[in-house]
Every structure is written in structure tokens, then in C-alpha cells.
Design a protein around this ligand. Sequence first.
Ligand SMILES: NC(=O)c1ccc[n+]([C@@H]2O[C@H](COP(=O)([O-])OP(=O)(O)OC[C@H]3O[C@@H](n4cnc5c(N)ncnc54)[C@H](O)[C@@H]3O)[C@@H](O)[C@H]2O)c1
Length: 450
Amino acid sequence: MNRRNFIQKAALAGSVTSILPSLSNEFQTKPLDKVRLGFIGVGHRGRSHIEQALFSSDVEINAICDIDPSAINITLDQIKKTGKKAPAVYAKGAEDFLNMVKRDDLDGILIATPWEWHVPMTLAAMRAGKYAAVEVSATVTLQESWDLVDTFEKTGSHCMILENVCYRRDVMAVLKMVREGVLGEMTYAHCGYQHDLRGIKLNDGKSNNVGVEFGEKGYSESKWRTQHSVDRNGDIYPTHGLGPVAHWLDINRGNYFTYLTSTATKSRGLHKYIVDHGGKDHPNAKVNFKLGDIVTTVIQCHNGENIVLIHDTNSPRSYSLAFRAQGTEGIWMNDGNSIYIEGVSPKEHTSEPDAPYLAKYDHPLWKKHAKSAENAGHGGIDYFVFRGFVESIKRKTAPPIDVYDAAVWSAISPLSEMSIARGSSPVEIPDFTRGKWKTNKRIFGLNEDY
Ligand SMILES: NC(=O)c1ccc[n+]([C@@H]2O[C@H](COP(=O)([O-])OP(=O)(O)OC[C@H]3O[C@@H](n4cnc5c(N)ncnc54)[C@H](O)[C@@H]3O)[C@@H](O)[C@H]2O)c1
């Protein structure tokens, strides 16, 4: 069963699922000592979340689900090695997650599957009254972003997008600086996903970064991720950059994205990589990749700020999320690790190293939990994003990154595709809060707990 067939069947079943009782967690009062989780998708990313769960004395892994028996077996071994009890396994095909979400020994479901499966799985979890955590990007289409919001509003079940980059130590220190006005009034932010993924997108699993396969012959992510580069031309992975920036600019809470324009370069990198590594007669050398090598999106915000967002995954390059925060009194730039604050920096028109500022404005969350985070993935941020989900379940509150964040950050992908298809025309960005941005209060980075 592919994802499209599943959606058609799910739509037919919609009248049944929509009358399921709302199990809003807001109505429960007793805090939980333990959180019982189920995991859908235990590939690379799912297993790194499993690792966080295994380190956590307040988390039980009660069920896992995957269509790939080897992913299931590796995960069962991973759990067994810690001496924890074996979870129930759901591995009977692409829809078996529907059986898993019905279990009554699960408080939350964590989803780390290919993008096209995120929303059907998240909706199933929410409709079953569970907290849902979904990997990035949360949605692929605009309708899916609305489906997440509508399902939250109908069921009261929360959904957190697992945007770990929001927890990077530097961007959280910059968040504190922005909130304390160190950079003055914010005017501009720059960010992106600049990561040479050619080896991942064209990985046959036999060799490291010189494979030229994807789809059925591919390995892990190249089985599904690469097809998006064949079919789509837009910023197909916007949230690592946008998440932190959206917090700096209070998006959905006093501010919102109004419209965007996107522009793509020609597409060369993936084809060249195939020819360089597999020869000009390799079957994949005939594939026409739609995705431009570099996609640049400019987002206008209601309060007057501009965001420049870059997607750059098909070229040889160094890794950088290209963060830059700029206001009326100064600028921080991640590339070059520099900062300039007018009247504070020693030399006019000259940046200084950002390290003393990042230390001075170190976020309380990091100050308190740096030790616990030190062995977690991606420099510690995987600890925080997992904790954010678990702590919000325990406290029965909204997660620190919510469904409206998931909806609008992810919607930048289809909207950027639309803009490019229309010759870089401006495209309006829907207000998924339906006006609540005017009164919504900040929820992220407010305390030292989660
Ligand atoms: N936040 C981060 O830093 C980060 C890093 C890597 C990946 N990700 C995200 O995590 C997600 C998964 O990526 P990955 O690298 O683990 O990919 P992966 O291919 O290694 O794992 C995906 C898993 O989902 C399983 N799956 C596919 N369809 C399924 C279905 N219908 N039911 C159950 N299981 C199914 C696959 O068999 C596979 O094991 C993606 O959304 C990706 O963007 C996020």
C-alpha cells in the first residue's frame, strides 16, 4: 500500500474517525511520573530518539512500528542491550501504525518516517487521543498543514514538530539577546539548510558517499528522500533554518509570515554526481531532477522583518545553516561566529568574536541541562527536543513548539514551489492561527525546564 492509496481509504473512513471522542489532555489533572511512548519509523532518526528514550528513567517504550524488518530488529537489539523490556512490534505493512495508535498504554507517539507519511500518522495519533511528535518537515502540502491545525482544534490532542535546531545553544543565546533587545528592534534574519546531501540522496548502501542509486535500489533515506528532488522545485526542507528564526521574530505570537517569493537556480548537482560516480550511461543519468541546486526564498513578516531562507543540498559545500540575526543596533552572524553591537563593540564597522556574548546570554535551559545533553545527537540538541515532548506530556500542557509552528514552518515548502512555478511571484502565506497570533503568548524558551 502506498501513501496515496492510504489517504484515499482514510478519507472514506473520515466520518468515523472524526466522531471519536476528544481526549484533550488539558482536562486531565494528575501529572505523570512516567511517559509511555510508541515510535513509528525506527530508521536512523527514529533510533536516535529511541536512544534518548532509553537514557530517560521517566520514559517507557511500549511499542515500535516499521515496515522494514531490519529496522525493527536493530531497534529491538538496541533496547535489549539496555536490559529494558521489549516493546510490542507493529510490522505488518504500511498501515499497521493504525493498530499501534489504538493501544491504551501509550501517552505519546513519536513519528520519524518519510515526509509523505508524517501527516497520516500524526492525524491517526491525535485522533486516538495521543500526544504526537513529528519529525521535520511536518507536512508536504498546504492542505496537510491545515489538516494538522484542524485536527488539533477538533480533538485537543497536541502535536509537536521535532525541530531540534531550535535548541542549538548559539541560536538560543541569540534568542535571549533578541528578547532582551541587545540587537535593537529586529529587522532581518537569514537562515537555511546548506548541507551537501548528494551522497545521502544517491546512496546504494554499498559504499560511503559514492553510490548513485535511489528509490527501490537506494539505501535508507535515498529510498524516499531523493524522489522529492525529482518531483519538486522549492525549499523542500525549510524548518531547520526557519524554526529558530520564527522564535526570534515571535511568529504566530504577535507576528506572522505574510507572503514569500522564491527563486531557484538550474539543477545540475545531482546529475553531475551520478555521471562523475556512475558514468554517463548509468540509468539514473537519465533522471530529470526538478529541484534547483540553490533555492532562495524571501519571507515578509507582518511586523516588517524580512527573512532570507536558503535551500542548498546538491552542491559540494561546507555545512552551514547560515544564521544571521540583525536589528537596529547590531548583527550576529553564525558564519564567521561574529557579532557587532553599535556602541558596545570596540571598533566601529568591525565585528568581534561572538563567543563572549554567547556565553553571557547562554540560555537557562542550556545552563541547567548541558551535562545531561552532552552525549546526545547533533551537539546535544536532540536531548532538548525529546525532553520538550516528554515534559509537555508529563505536565499535560501544550508542547514548547506547537501545531501552528509545525503548520506554517512546513507550509513554506509548497508555497515556495508555487512561487517558483509562477516565475517567482509573491505567494500569500496563510495565517494558520486564524487571527490568534494577535493574542497568543510566547511558549518557547521561557524557562529552564523544557
Ligand atoms: N531533525 C533532524 O535532525 C533529522 C535528522 C534526520 C532525519 N530527520 C527526519 O526524520 C525522518 C526520518 O528520516 P530517517 O533519516 O530516519 O529516514 P530512514 O529512511 O532511515 O527511516 C525512515 C523509516 O520509516 C520507515 N517507514 C516508511 N514507511 C513506513 C510506514 N508506512 N510505517 C512504518 N514505518 C515506515 C522506514 O522503513 C524507515 O525505517 C524524516 O522526516 C527526516 O526528515 C530529522
